[in-house]
Design a protein around this ligand. Sequence first.
Ligand SMILES: *Cc1c(COP(=O)(O)O)cnc(C)c1O
Length: 402
Amino acid sequence: MPRIPKERLARYANLQREFKEDRWINVNPIQRGGVLTAEARAALAEFGDGYSTCDRCPPKEPRLDAIERPPIAQFMQDLAEFLNMDVVRVVTRCREAQFIAFATLGEPGDYVVVDSLAHYSTYVAAELARMKVKEVPHSGPPEFRMDLNAYADKIKEVRRETGKPPAVAVLTHVDYFYGNVNDVATVGKICREYGVPFMLNAAYSAGVMPVDGKKLGADILVSSGHKSWAASAPTGILALKEEFAEKVLARSKIVGDWSNREFKLKEYALLGCTVMGAPLISLMASFSHVIERIERWDEEVKNARYLVEQLERIEGTRQLGVKPKQHTLIHIESEGLYKASQVHKRRGFFLYDGLKHRGIVGVQPGLTKHFKLNPYGLSKGKVDRVAKAFLDIAREQGLAVS
Ligand SMILES: *Cc1c(COP(=O)(O)O)cnc(C)c1O
């Protein structure tokens, strides 16, 4: 037997989070919407054991979404209602939800039309489904606006090339580069007109801002619990309109050729059950908080605009993406901070160092010319501290601050 030394194993005991939410201001864009509520934190401890949701798995329908104690079945319905969709399943991640939709709605070799600022996982999910992508282009700097009317051209292009429409068209509601908010209804209308299933990727929107699936024309809506629903990883949301549920959530038909075993109640693309423990319960525990917080979205956007206004006081600094901000994810381009990095002994790391020294983390170490941050969920006082930290750091480097 190989033996792992005790000192090494000791490292895995008593693990501590370095940047705990109560002691640091973390502006990492992917982390703001996933900060847990007190209720979710408590639920994690209560349901931390493996398969903890399965104590009362119904024998007649042994599936996660059918469990009534804890009230998972009810939660799936409430979540569908909240998103104004018909059927919901909680899966491990937004990317898994995308993959499931691609794999069940298309065939290998089919096309998926995607916006060219889609998350990398949209591309990779299509790849695993053995499909091809056709990209909708976007404009250049500074706005990087998606050409939404081009969805029609791309659908036609696929038809010309392959003799059939794309299997799915995807629009990323809010892109992860610039935090631009797309006009979803425009694409929903095009997809309906051409009879192409329309998937909305709401990873950065649903859970932090109001999203009404049917009003936006979404046939499939996917989101990320750990990104935007104050839930633990891994949690993803796959929400469907009724007419797509049958295909996407199709039951298993496989039969063991020797044993004749069958699994007719299992939804095969979900591999039966998905998140059978604490992360799902954390999503449920934060749900009422999420319902409340989306009503305060305007205030969150106001804070983001304020932060942009402050950062743009630094010489040679501007916000990229559409202005004024409609979302809290901010992409900053700073020739000024970059210029300072060229003569600093720590090069680009001076920015990270300076922020960390002031209790702020989440801006990627080494970056100065282009970096992202997200003040979502921070109090006005903390947003002010972030702004002041940047301005102080800039002044320290001899940059002009207007
Ligand atoms: C963050 C993000 C994802 C990934 O979400 P997971 O739940 O981690 O898979 C997918 N799409 C977009 C648009 C994102 O911003």
